[in-house]
Design a protein around this ligand. Structure first.
Ligand SMILES: [Zn+2]
Length: 366
């Protein structure tokens, strides 16, 4: 995977401008990201590019089929697709570029999620959320002056996604201890290091300082790189993400607005940590238990994680995100089924502890 990641002022993405010089670029943006799109459009035009505008007037862009078709038809004659945005626009651009078999890139506008260089594209098809396999982008362009100015809740969401790496990496090691699953040490170490660097920069992050936001952005991008190294999403997604996916399906079914990915993941992380502590504090016996207790000790305290999330402005109860009580209860029973992956949710289920732990979790996190 050869991805050009450039941290520069918008006028200074040298490698990108050199590679796209003289090409026809489909530029995808929405009403929120339009000011930045117009700026990079000017730069690209100066480099001899022809621009095909794919503009969405929506405040809340839903990546539905008709929205993708619109981009696909405009991009017919393009050599390159550039998204100006974060989650949705990034996913749509990867999808359009893959269908046309041309390269894509993104001018990141928010450090809000870890899908920048992932091979997945989350789209809506016939009312259902699907994840298509797509080509990874060729370029990720980051102007810190832009991402540091993203809405604070989007930055909080990105931080929540990175906090989730505590439990997803613990789930991976736990699955090794309990089920003998193999761990790709390179992917594991890469993700762990980037997460640690981001958490170490926490104080700066609360002040939205350039260096700290860059560490967050790095960690979000590293998630995709780690997944590419081991060929699956283990390094970036565990029980905290499964809870988020479960809730998301319910929001989609109800036709309600879906809360930001990282915000759901953040609370899922607290829930998963709580379950790990339940196992250890009650000395629950199972294959590999001693090793798992050690893994619990390696995580920061729940209180510390919760305080960090609160300082960033992340909600710490699912009810604050509009999750209904019954849905959260159902999530605790069934979220282990959303992916065929061994996590603390699976372990709790196998040990028959779901009903016992449910009131504790509901009390603290609903
Ligand atoms: Zn994520």
């Amino acid at each position: 995977m050869e991805i050009n990641i450039e941290y520069r002022h918008i006028s200074g993405f040298e490698k990108f401008y050199k590679n796209t010089s003289g090409k026809t670029v489909a530029l995808m943006y929405d009403v929120n990201t339009k000011p930045y799109a117009l700026r990079i459009k000017e730069e690209l035009t100066n480099h001899g590019c022809k621009i095909l505008d794919v503009e969405y007037a929506n405040e809340e862009l839903i990546p539905s089929e008709d929205k993708c078709e619109y981009a696909y038809s405009i991009a017919q004659t393009a050599d390159y697709v550039l998204a100006v945005g974060s989650g949705t626009l990034n996913d749509m651009a990867k999808s359009v570029a893959t269908r046309h078999n041309i390269p894509s890139g993104v001018l990141a506008t928010a450090p809000s999620m870890d899908g920048y260089c992932s091979k997945g594209s989350a789209l809506m098809r016939s009312g259902f959320k699907v994840t298509d396999e797509v080509n990874t982008p060729s370029d990720i362009l980051i102007d810190l002056a832009i991402v540091c100015n993203a809405p604070k809740l989007m930055i909080a969401s990105g931080f929540g996604d990175i906090i989730g790496k505590y439990t997803c990496l613990t789930d991976w090691k736990m699955a090794q201890a309990v089920k003998g699953e193999s761990v790709n040490e390179e992917a594991f170490a890469l993700m762990e290091k980037a997460r640690t660097a981001c958490v170490d920069a926490f104080d700066g992050l609360t002040r939205y300082e350039d260096d700290a936001v860059a560490k967050l952005m790095d960690a979000l991008i590293t998630a995709g790189i780690s997944m590419a190294i081991c060929g699956n999403s283990r390094p970036a997604s565990g029980s905290e993400h499964h809870q988020s996916h479960f809730l998301e399906m319910d929001f989609v079914r109800r036709g309600e607005k879906i809360p930001m990915h990282g915000l759901k993941v953040a609370i899922g992380t607290l829930v998963s940590m709580e379950l790990y502590h339940y196992l250890k504090d009650n000395r629950i016996a199972f294959q590999g238990a001693e090793k798992v207790y050690d893994l619990v000790d390696e995580m920061p305290s729940i209180e510390k994680v919760k305080t960090m999330l609160e300082k960033m402005g992340c909600p710490v109860r699912f009810s604050e995100l509009g999750v209904r009580k019954e849905t959260m209860e159902e999530m605790l029973e069934k979220a282990y089924t959303v992916r065929d992956r061994y996590t603390v949710l699976t372990l709790i289920h196998e040990l028959g502890l779901t009903e016992q732990t449910k009131p504790i979790i509901m009390n603290k996190y609903f």
